[in-house]
Design a protein around this ligand. Structure first.
Ligand SMILES: [Zn+2]
Length: 388
């Protein structure tokens, strides 16, 4: 959400207010990371050591089986305390992560960067994991990056975007588009982060003690805003990409969903919205899934698809795109960067079409179990969680 054009949603999206804008052209280079989720999961499923629990007799063995579950109605939560009370008001009040007894050290953050990137690239088979971890650490320790982002927690958040759809943010930072990135109080106090008219990125200081992996997708989100033009169309594209990035982190560490902090719950709510935004064929959509079923079952929020909060408010005019956007779409589509995209209907529909392909059916269902959503059959959980 840009500083000047603040729309107020009547649904939960209001309370999830975010971001900002501002912009120059960056010069992102290099090939986008390939999302090899499909390769990994296919390998897992075809493993000779594939484990089938003895008490589970009717597990779906192929993706068709998982898809059958996804064709069912939206999944209701088993634990509303994992989500935003703006949607489930009977949930406990949200509390941001509290300050730790001792401030986190650069060494600890560097360990987290290395661990995250080693794990990510071991799964993706896209480059040497050790080299990628070193790349992440080099970004973290880059003097130019440090001068723009002095806070090492925020730098760690950006470093861990390597290998995600929003990794193009590195170039946006290094090219000096943003004079500074810091924790502070955004003009919209509900925002997680915003881009100011000065092109500074201010990240809500109440989230400074959150796990940097929860904040990381939102840091990438802000670099999609590179000019003062920002309407809800741009915001919906940016937020959709943010949620997909969140889910990549969740895939790598399911415990992120149960940290119980305010930011974890806000992220979970977006994740649930996307996961439940399925059409009758079980495919995930950002835009209208033509199904009309509430994506937050048993809640006060009537939304029936992920993007409804933005669409109902009017998406507004198109806005210019940038290299972070181009890079993100290229990552989703496993392609090279193309002629520049804009934040327009074409890009929005393309993102809508790409979203379902980012993860295979089994991964989408794993997110449902990570979020403690209720699947139709008791054994579904066991089938989805089983290990090779
Ligand atoms: Zn935004």
């Amino acid at each position: 959400m840009k500083l000047y054009i603040v729309k107020f949603f009547t649904t939960f999206w209001l309370v999830l207010g975010l971001c900002g804008s501002a912009g120059l052209a960056s010069a992102a280079t290099g090939n986008p990371a390939l999302n090899t989720d499909v390769i990994f999961d296919t390998a897992t499923l075809s493993s000779k050591n594939y484990f089938i629990p003895q008490d589970v007799r009717v597990c779906p063995d192929r993706d068709d089986g998982y898809l059958a579950i996804l064709k069912g109605p939206p999944f209701a939560p088993n634990n509303i305390d994992l989500f935003n009370p703006s949607v489930y008001p009977n949930g406990t009040p949200m509390q941001p992560a509290a300050a730790p007894p001792k401030p986190v050290t650069d060494q600890e953050l560097q360990r987290q960067i290395a661990k995250t990137l080693l794990n990510r690239f071991s799964i993706m088979y896209n480059g040497n994991p050790t080299d990628k971890a070193k790349e992440g650490l080099a970004f973290f320790n880059d003097p130019i990056v440090k001068s723009i982002i002095p806070d090492s927690r925020l730098r760690a958040g950006y470093a861990m975007l390597l290998g995600t759809p929003l990794e193009g943010s590195w170039d946006a930072i290094r090219n000096g588009i943003y004079p500074s990135v810091y924790f502070g109080t955004p003009p919209n106090p509900r925002a997680i982060a915003m881009v100011l008219s000065t092109l500074e990125i201010v990240v809500n200081e109440k989230y400074q003690y959150e796990d940097p992996r929860l904040l990381s997708p939102w840091l990438g989100h802000e670099t999609l805003h590179q000019d003062i033009a920002d309407y809800l169309k741009e915001e919906l594209v940016a937020t959709g990409l943010t949620t997909l990035t969140q889910l990549q982190f969740l895939k790598e560490d399911p415990k992120l969903a149960t940290q119980g902090t305010e930011l974890a719950r806000r992220n979970n709510t977006y994740d649930m919205a996307l996961l439940n935004s399925r059409d009758a064929n079980g495919n995930i959509h950002i835009l209208d899934n033509q199904r009309g079923l509430p994506i937050f079952p048993n809640s006060i929020d009537p939304s029936t698809y992920y993007g409804q909060g933005w669409v109902d408010e009017g998406l507004g005019p198109d806005t210019p795109g940038n290299n972070v956007l181009d890079h993100a779409i290229a990552v989703l589509e496993h392609s090279q960067m193309e002629p520049p995209l804009n934040f327009d209907d074409s890009t929005l529909q393309r993102l809508d079409a790409d979203t379902n392909q980012v993860f295979i059916a089994r991964s989408w269902l794993r997110f449902a179990t990570d979020l403690q959503l209720i699947l139709q059959k008791p054994w579904d959980h066991q089938c989805i969680r089983r290990n090779p």
